[in-house]
Ligand binder design. Structure first.
Ligand code: FES
Length: 183
């Protein structure tokens, strides 16, 4: 009679172990990816509750002391803005053509004229021409020729309380009866 070797724990086949490991790995990976996706979604939902901070350029801009402005017109190219001064009285007109947004050019009138604008007398020293498609505007910004559909915008001016500079509000369009009188 031959003796049989005592039976030990039977080793599982290698292929079975590999399949089991792979299944476990895929299960864990899938669970992890699911949790990450839910976390991301949650964070995005919370973020949507926080108001967005605007990094746009401010619309109110200091443009200098009143004394820096000559009588007549001064063009501020960065703002595409004309600031007019007549003694202590100021007003500002946009240089942005109301047709397609080109910058209009100021052309000095041969002779300044006085006209009632917005119910108040105004001395007009210039008129405006658009080099793109030929629109023309009078000195108060009224469109008189070409494809421009409306007058040039007038913007609100004020005096900064801290240093006395003129401040233009590029989001603050005003009617053409606006005048700022500086003390
Ligand atoms: S953009 Fe000024 S006329 Fe067209």
């Amino acid at each position: 009679m031959s003796e049989r070797a005592p039976e030990g724990p039977r080793a599982e086949p290698v292929t079975f172990i590999k399949k089991k490991d792979r299944r476990e790995f895929l299960l864990r990976f899938g669970t992890g990816a699911g949790i990450a996706a839910i976390g991301y979604q949650g964070a995005a939902s919370l973020r949507s509750l926080v108001p967005n901070v605007s990094y746009d350029a401010p619309t109110t801009v200091k443009v200098g002391l009143p004394g820096d402005f000559p009588d007549g017109l001064k063009f501020l190219p960065d703002l595409r803005l004309f600031v007019f001064r007549e003694g202590k009285i100021f007003h500002a007109i946009s240089a942005v053509c109301t047709h397609l947004g080109c910058t209009v050019r100021a052309e000095a009138l041969p002779q300044a004229e006085r006209r009632s604008v917005g119910g108040q007398e105004l001395r007009l020293t210039h008129r405006f021409l658009c080099p793109c498609h030929g629109s023309r505007y009078e000195g108060d910004g009224t469109n008189v020729y070409g494809p421009a559909p409306k007058p040039l915008a007038w913007y609100q001016l004020s005096v900064a309380p801290d240093d006395g500079q003129l401040v233009v509000d590029l989001a603050g369009e005003v009617d053409n009866d606006f005048r700022l009188t500086v003390a």
